[in-house]
Design a protein around this ligand. Sequence first.
Ligand code: PGA
Length: 257
Amino acid sequence: MRRFVAGNWKMNHGPVEAAHFIEALPPLTDLRCVTVIVFPPAISLPAARAALGSSSSISLGVQGVHGEASGAFTGEIAAGMAAEAGATYALVGHSERRTLFHETDEETGGKVAAAQLAGLTPVLCVGERINERKEGRLEEVIVRQLDAVLGSEVVGDRIRAGVAFLLAYEPVWAIGTGKEATPSDASQAHAILRRRVGHWLGSDRARELPILYGGSVTPANARGLLAAEGVDGVLVGGASLDPGSFARIVELARELC
Ligand code: PGA
């Protein structure tokens, strides 16, 4: 079974450090069944691309895109520009974007559409806050976030037509806190999401849709999470900043193939 290991560097590793990271990465061998993606800051994409070389088995992604293809949006990055700079994936709806930058469910829908239009594979992040979880609203929250994207006819039609799309379940209370979800918490949320994907896209597409878990993944807990029912990969923040620990997580994924 194919597994995904993605590293979200957030606002870390500028162009010089990005190149150093890639030079320091231990060789990742036999990646036939593991897709490895790194999300550097957008400004580091060209340096990362150059350091990887053209034959690399590591893909690059952008951490965020604007919903429009161009225009008067000072400071923003269009999906097509990220593609030109070497990205093939785009994170959309990360909880830090939703919370710190007030991105709405509607905006995530527009960003997924823009990423698809530019040929990037969107990785839609959804997840509940701790108070929502305690109030028993896990399903309500993650389904609402998913529906805002898959309920769009244009996005749904593209995915049904075969355009790639990934989902990441990232409980907000687990991000950057050192308190990862248990493998069974992850499986439970992934099952909810997969059922809902089936509602929009049909059960065949739902069965094969990769759903990654993210939130305090480390080399110490990655094996259990990667082996959990319905978990197709991990989205790693803090532990992806160190080449050795990122490579170790990739290795753990490879061992499970
Ligand atoms: P973390 O971040 O691994 O540092 O918790 C995960 C993420 O935000 O994608």
